[in-house]
Design a protein around this ligand. Structure first.
Ligand code: NAP
Length: 254
């Protein structure tokens, strides 16, 4: 008779590179993947002590992690990030393109530099990391790529012309790259969070926003990380590619 086995770590010996993992959603993703046994690269832009704290939490729990500084909107820094990851861990099994910023303001007040900064990181950064890591995954003939998009890229949001354009771009990019890499054992999916409790949403007027969230509350970073953990593992995610998964309290219902 079959017995029910307790689940064991699902990402043992896999290497996960998470951009923008010093804070917020990226930090939760780093901890969730490490909990599944993954060796984790905690990328950050400037918060070195926060990134080292994430590494310390993982290593004190018996896991393996390294903090690597890189501005992922810059080609040379992305190449250095990937090379340093390979020097340390020799492979990359999971890429989470999570790093992102906002520069919110209404269209008529939006300066070209507000537009460009958001496009450079939130869209071009995803392209640069995906292209660099795809070379590694193609050699391995396996990999999981997970891009953090946003409901803003699906439904628009006043004040976020730059951000919603970048996130809609990430969704189109995800589908194209999923088709290009599907025959090589690499899956590419997007996660679209709604309003999640992080530094990014700290200054927003929450009573107004909550009216538009069917589940009536902000999400937690751990709830987005749970979806990423599912997409990084093998159970069902090996047969899922080119999809967008909303973790948004019901804001977008397809
Ligand atoms: P957050 O708390 O502001 O954290 C942003 C992270 O990105 C930090 O680790 C930051 O590193 C890193 N970062 C910023 N610029 C970078 C750069 N040039 N290169 C590398 N890393 C950089 O943001 P969050 O709320 O967790 O958001 C994470 C992702 O989820 C973003 O893509 C965001 O657009 C998306 N998202 C968030 C929400 C939400 O409600 N919070 C909703 C939908 C989508 P430092 O600490 O070094 O600055």
């Amino acid at each position: 008779m079959a017995t029910l086995q307790p689940s064991s770590p699902r990402l043992s010996d896999r290497v996960a590179m998470i951009t923008g993992a010093s804070r917020g959603i990226g930090r939760s993703i780093a901890l969730a993947l490490a909990t599944e046994g993954a060796k984790v690269v905690v990328n950050y832009a400037s918060s070195s002590s926060a990134a080292e704290e994430v590494v310390a939490v993982i290593t004190e729990a018996g896991g393996e992690a390294i903090a690597l500084q890189a501005d992922v909107s810059k080609l040379d820094q992305v190449e250095a990030l990937v090379n340093q990851t390979l020097e340390k861990f020799s492979r990359i099994d999971v890429l989470v393109n999570n790093a992102g910023i906002t520069r919110d303001t209404l269209l008529l007040r939006m300066k070209p530099e507000d537009w460009q900064a958001v496009i450079d990181l939130n869209l071009t950064g995803v392209f640069l990391c995906t292209r660099a890591v795809s070379k590694v995954m193609l050699k391995q003939k396996s990999g999981r790529m997970i891009n953090i998009a946003s409901v803003s890229g699906q439904m628009g949001n006043p004040g976020q012309a730059n951000y919603s354009a970048a996130k809609a771009g990430v969704i189109g990019f995800t589908k194209t790259v999923a088709k290009e890499l599907a025959t090589r054992g690499i899956t590419v999916n997007a996660v679209a969070p709604g309003f999640i409790e992080t530094d990014m949403t700290h200054d927003l007027k929450s009573e107004e926003i909550i009216k538009y969230i069917p589940l009536g509350r902000y999400g937690k970073p751990e709830e987005v990380a749970g979806m990423v953990r599912f997409l990084a593992a093998d159970e069902a995610a090996g047969y899922i590619t080119g999809q967008v998964f909303n973790v948004d309290g019901g804001m977008v219902m397809a």
